[in-house]
Design a protein around this ligand. Structure first.
Ligand SMILES: [Zn+2]
Length: 299
């Protein structure tokens, strides 16, 4: 554990060291997110920092395939929802900022190219070979070696399934998630972990543009990400803290969750939306369709 803590300390400055002159936006300080009203007030008074000489932040959207699943698995409503199948993306994003390349989630393992089926939730997953991580990055003339940092929402295969491709990466994860007894992905021994505490909002670049915040419920150590963009204001990448928009809008719970914690997440996302932020539920086809797929990008 000491070893991990030391690594964490050394890596704390990893990105902040390259953001000379970066000023904290003050909105997301360490500790729990401020109350919704405060977020709302801050949102009204603060505008995104403009890039200063090293290019504007770019955000690239990728799908590591699609899953076909009964709608009721993600949003329990009625018998009809259990019989209606929907196609949902399994996305990840790449952030290019301050000369660095940072991934939020990394998508599926290679075997999903062949297609997988799970009996218990009647879920089929399929990824085109062009969507597999190495090929996805190649669209931007990047390789896995070019990735400076990986941020993970949680350790499920559709979000963290190809860690083996990044054996020497620095990976930011909640300590709580790291310590969960059950892991559903293969985790290379050589990964350099940056483990953050439940109470902490992690400001990735030290300038308030990309902030991780704790959203337990889907898993005990789940986290989501907010990104302050020029073109679209604040985008909130909920990951599986809110899989479909209907979860937060209608308080519909998925089959797999801790209900009380998940409802708290939904209330928080509704408050953020009310404050003008755009919520991207982790597997909502309509929400993701509003954004272009890489190599296109938004700023
Ligand atoms: Zn998921």
């Amino acid at each position: 554990m000491d070893d991990v803590t030391q690594k964490r300390v050394s890596r704390r400055t990893f990105l902040k060291g390259v953001t000379a002159g970066a000023v904290s936006m003050g909105l997301y300080t360490h500790g729990t997110l401020r109350a919704a009203a405060e977020v709302e007030a801050a949102q009204e008074t603060q505008t995104p920092e403009r890039a200063n000489g090293d290019g504007q932040m770019k955000l690239y959207f990728f799908y590591s395939g699609w899953l076909n699943v009964p709608r009721g698995y993600f949003a329990q409503e009625n018998e009809q929802a259990n019989q209606t199948f929907i196609d949902c993306p399994m996305p990840f994003v790449l952030i290019e900022h301050k000369g660095k390349h940072v991934l939020f989630d990394i998508g599926n393992p290679e075997n999903v190219i062949e297609g997988t089926y799970s009996e218990w939730n009647r879920m089929t997953m399929k990824m085109d070979i062009s969507e597999w991580m190495p090929n996805a990055l190649a669209r931007l003339n990047l390789t896995t070696e070019d990735i400076d940092l990986i941020l993970l929402s949680h350790l499920h295969p559709d979000h963290a399934g190809c860690l083996e491709l990044f054996p020497h990466a620095t990976v930011v994860l909640r300590r709580t998630e790291y310590e969960l007894p059950d892991r559903y992905v293969t985790v290379p021994e050589t990964i350099d972990w940056c483990l953050i505490e439940d109470s902490e909002n992690y400001d990735v670049f030290g300038d308030g543009r990309v902030v991780l915040f704790f959203t337990p419920g889907h898993t005990a150590g789940h986290q989501s990400m907010m990104v302050r963009t020029q073109q679209h204001g604040v985008l909130v990448f909920a990951a599986d803290a809110c899989c479909l928009k209907a979860n937060m809008d209608d308080n519909l719970l998925p089959v797999y969750c801790t209900p009380e914690a998940e409802r708290k997440n939904y209330a928080r996302f509704r408050a953020m939306e009310k404050a003008g932020m755009t919520i991207l539920p982790g597997h909502d086809p309509q929400a993701w369709a509003a954004f272009p797929v890489a190599p296109a990008y938004i700023e």
